[in-house]
Design a protein around this ligand. Structure first.
Ligand code: BDR
Ligand code: CA
Length: 306
């Protein structure tokens, strides 16, 4: 079994990524953590617990993490994921007890306790990840790969320079990139190639079960916003990162040196990807290509499996 820890900010595409992760055979999810990002952390934590319960996996411990980025302030923008983070879709509340342990503390413990090196997947800002890396430097040895949705080799989506997850906490990205942990970046340059098309959407709507119903309703909202804003079909950003985490190689990667702009200027949160770096200078495997069809099919069969 591949041990996995998920850190996320649900979020509609995070929700679809959670469905995809929990349906994947051969994966043991040791814990799932919520961070501030698409929604305030209390909302994200509630969504995470409810989504995990909807999949019938209340046995997976879920932890509440950071409520603020490391340095900057936080303001919730409901445009893309709605006020409740799930496009207004209501799912049954989890009956699993809340965990008192902070996500960063729990992550350190889970990494120390794991029998094998862990795949750590982050589909939100890296605030919890950075906190954990500072709390216990020994965990770096316990991470097989840190697979992150964020950044871009090209332009951003929140600003011309920056992608949302990095822009939300660029300092946290700096911490991760300087930690020596093996990182795989799954950025907009690949995730924007993976969209849920009309046939996929229709297929989900025909599927029975409460996971498919929630997925269909959330996607309906997400697609509506995406089309209205002129961004085209709904992009499955976080699903791509989760699949790269559990099916390494679904993205074609290249070893690069990546740094992040943290200056208080227009470029804040930009990922600077140097694909000219010599191998010994590289700190990140950067996704350069993706098999979009494989990702879409994997998500569809995951949703159908519940
Ligand atoms: C990222 O930003 C969030 O809105 C999504 O959940 C995804 O993780 C894409 O830029
Ligand atoms: Ca996300």
């Amino acid at each position: 079994m591949r041990p996995v820890i998920l850190d996320c900010d649900p979020g509609i595409d995070d929700a679809l990524a959670i469905f995809t992760l929990l349906a994947e055979p051969g994966v043991a999810v040791l814990g799932a953590c919520a961070t501030v990002g698409n929604v305030p952390v209390d909302t994200g934590y509630r969504n995470l617990r409810d989504l995990v319960a909807l999949c019938g996996r209340s046995d997976i411990p879920c932890f509440r993490g950071a409520d603020l980025p490391l340095v900057r302030s936080y303001a919730h923008d409901p445009l893309i994921h709605g006020e409740n983070g799930l496009g207004g879709v209501e799912i049954p509340q989890s009956e699993a007890p809340e965990q008192a342990e902070h996500a960063a503390v729990a992550t350190c413990r889970l990494l120390r306790e794991a029998a094998d090196p862990v795949t750590w997947i982050a589909t939100g800002p890296l605030t919890n990840v950075a906190l954990a890396l500072h709390l216990d430097p020994s965990i770096r040895e316990r991470v097989d790969r840190l697979v992150v949705m964020g950044g871009s080799t090209a332009r951003g989506n929140v600003t011309p320079a920056a992608e949302f997850n990095v822009w939300s906490d660029a300092e946290a990205w700096r911490v991760a990139l300087n930690s020596g942990v093996r990182i795989t970046m799954v950025g907009l340059n690949v995730t924007q190639q993976v969209a849920c098309n009309e046939e996929d959407f229709a297929e989900i709507q025909r599927m029975p079960g409460s996971v498919a119903q929630a997925a269909g309703e959330m996607l309906g909202y997400y697609e509506g916003v995406s089309l209205r804003e002129g961004w085209g079909e709904a992009k499955l950003h976080d699903v791509v990162a989760v699949l790269e985490g559990v099916r390494p190689g679904i993205c074609g990667t290249m070893a690069c040196h990546v740094d992040v702009e943290i200056g208080n200027a227009l470029g804040y949160g930009q990922t600077l990807v140097d694909d000219r770096a010599k191998l010994e200078e590289t700190n990140c495997e950067v996704s350069m290509a993706v098999d979009a069809g494989k990702v879409r099919r994997a998500m569809l069969s995951a949703i159908a499996s519940f």
